[in-house]
Design a protein around this ligand. Structure first.
Ligand SMILES: Nc1ncnc2c1ncn2[C@@H]1O[C@H](COP(=O)(O)OP(=O)(O)O)[C@@H](O)[C@H]1O
Ligand SMILES: [Mg+2]
Length: 222
């Protein structure tokens, strides 16, 4: 589903070279894959490349077989909207909208009719166990409920790939495991593909595949 071929993205900072170097990896469809490694090892850099928010200096990013890293900005933007879902550490829900309206947002941006957006968003929220919270605003939801809303929002448009950067970092320990269990179930039942950056052991324990990074290099696949 997602393939990195010999990806290098280097940052020069005061003579120091940082970034990711020569990374090749494949995430198959229906897989929950985790990018693991200490802070500064290159996890976010790779997620931004997979999310078409950045382009590599060398190498190729392929999505469902298509070479996407060299597409023009307009085409990458379109792919982001139609084919990718994003879950962030800080949830990034719109505070003045209800959970339902938050989940409807990307569906409406895709140009789907209101009734269809509502129906899909309600189904997505029910699937993550929040049917009875759909009219609550983010501030009225717990951290775990906000993150489940963010997962429903990412998945409702049926993206090819969902990218999550440290999705459990704002949750207490009791919530990280169940959140990843939910992602693993969704990967299995929908054939959705997840790429999650995390150094949380409870996240890594639930991965189908773990890519370990160190100093911008892929050092282990397990
Ligand atoms: N925009 C940037 N400018 C300069 N250096 C950067 C930038 N983004 C990341 N880096 C550097 O690249 C390395 C990898 O960072 P990052 O991908 O954010 O790691 P992680 O997400 O694993 O903590 C770090 O050394 C970081 O300082
Ligand atoms: Mg990071």
């Amino acid at each position: 589903m997602l393939e990195f071929r010999a990806i290098t993205r280097a940052y020069e900072l005061g003579g120091e070279r940082a970034g990711v170097f020569g990374v090749s990896l494949t995430v198959p469809k229906g897989c929950l894959a985790v990018l693991a490694g200490p802070s500064g090892s290159g996890k976010t850099t790779l997620l931004q490349l997979a999310g078409l928010l950045d382009t590599p200096d060398e190498g190729e990013v392929r999505l469902a077989g298509e070479l996407v890293s060299s597409l023009p900005e307009k085409a990458r933007c379109d792919l982001r909207l139609r084919r990718l879902g994003f879950v962030f550490q800080a949830f990034n829900l719109v505070p003045v909208l209800s959970a339902l309206e938050n989940v409807m947002l990307p569906l409406q941006l895709q140009g789907r009719p209101e009734a269809e957006a509502r129906e899909r968003a309600e189904a997505a929220l029910a699937r993550v166990g929040l049917a009875d919270r759909r009219h609550h605003h983010p501030g009225q939801l717990s951290g775990g409920q906000q993150q489940r809303t963010a997962i429903a929002r990412a998945l409702a448009p049926e993206p090819l790939l969902v990218l999550a950067d440290e999705p459990t970092a704002s949750l207490d320990h009791a919530h990280g495991g169940p959140l990843l269990d939910l992602m693993a179930e969704l990967a299995q039942e929908r054939g959705a593909t997840f790429l999650v950056a995390s150094h949380d052991p409870s996240v890594i324990a639930r991965a189908h595949t773990v890519f370990r990074l160190l100093d911008g290099k892929l050092v282990e696949v397990g």
